[in-house]
Design a protein around this ligand. Structure first.
Ligand code: HEM
Length: 206
């Protein structure tokens, strides 16, 4: 891998390397949550409450994923030397990223709108938008996951073993901050899910 910092006092699990690990670990957390949400779609009538709960829970980790990738984007385009040296993702993935972000936000936002407005909401076909954005999201996410899955064992494993990629013991600050952010994103998602899941009664009443 390209050297990330010419300053030997900066641990390599900080900066772009730490950001990449946070992005990957958040992705690894999202995978089983996506799988569980996928099961609820197959049995939507019976599992509608779980569909609401997991969908709302996802909001926390998805926001963290948008935050960590948005941070890399911001640092790269504002000229931070370490992020410039690491470079951007390869072109096809760079082109895919805005569509992936837009469809992810659309699926979650239309899901929340459906919960708030109920089945018979006004003239806007929110249910249609939810389904259409899901179909786009599923295609884009399949490509995204296939492109990045191979990196997860190295990046997530590095933090699980608490060792830095090159320099022996990992800086606890980097690993600690990443696990704290993950836990906070899950806690935020849990609060949203607990507060929002009762909205399912609008739907079950019909
Ligand atoms: C709604 C869910 C997700 C969103 C919105 C999202 C978004 C993004 C974006 C915008 C990027 C930066 C652009 C790019 O490299 O293509 C990225 C990078 C990445 N994503 Fe995701 N992603 C999601 C889920 C996942 C999942 C499930 C995985 C697990 C395989 C994953 C793994 C990665 C990895 C490893 C990177 C590269 C990080 C780097 O090079 O710094 N993502 N993601």
């Amino acid at each position: 891998m390209t050297p990330l910092s010419s300053n030997p006092t900066v641990p390599e699990d900080h900066g772009p390397e730490g950001n990449e690990r946070l992005t990957a670990t958040t992705g690894a957390l999202l995978l089983p949550l996506f799988a569980a949400e996928g099961v609820t779609i197959l049995f939507l009538r019976q599992l509608l409450t779980w569909h609401f709960f997991i969908g709302l829970l996802l909001i926390g980790p998805v926001c963290l994923k948008l935050g960590s990738t948005g941070y890399r984007f911001f640092r790269y385009y504002t000229g931070a030397p370490a992020y410039r040296r690491k470079g951007p993702p390869i072109l096809p993935l760079r082109l895919l990223a805005p569509l992936l972000v837009a469809s992810s936000v659309a699926v979650l936002a239309t899901g929340v709108a459906l919960g708030l407005l109920g089945r018979d909401a006004g003239p806007v076909p929110v249910l249609f938008l939810h389904k259409a954005s899901f179909v786009c999201w599923a295609g884009l996410m399949t490509v995204h996951v296939l492109a990045y899955l191979w990196r997860l064992p190295r990046l997530v494993g590095a933090d699980l073993r608490r060792r830095s990629a090159r320099h022996g013991a990992a800086g606890p600050g980097g690993t600690g901050v990443r696990w704290t952010l993950l836990a906070l994103s899950l806690a935020a998602g849990l609060v949203i899910a607990l507060a929002g899941t009762p909205m399912v009664s609008h739907w079950n009443a019909h």
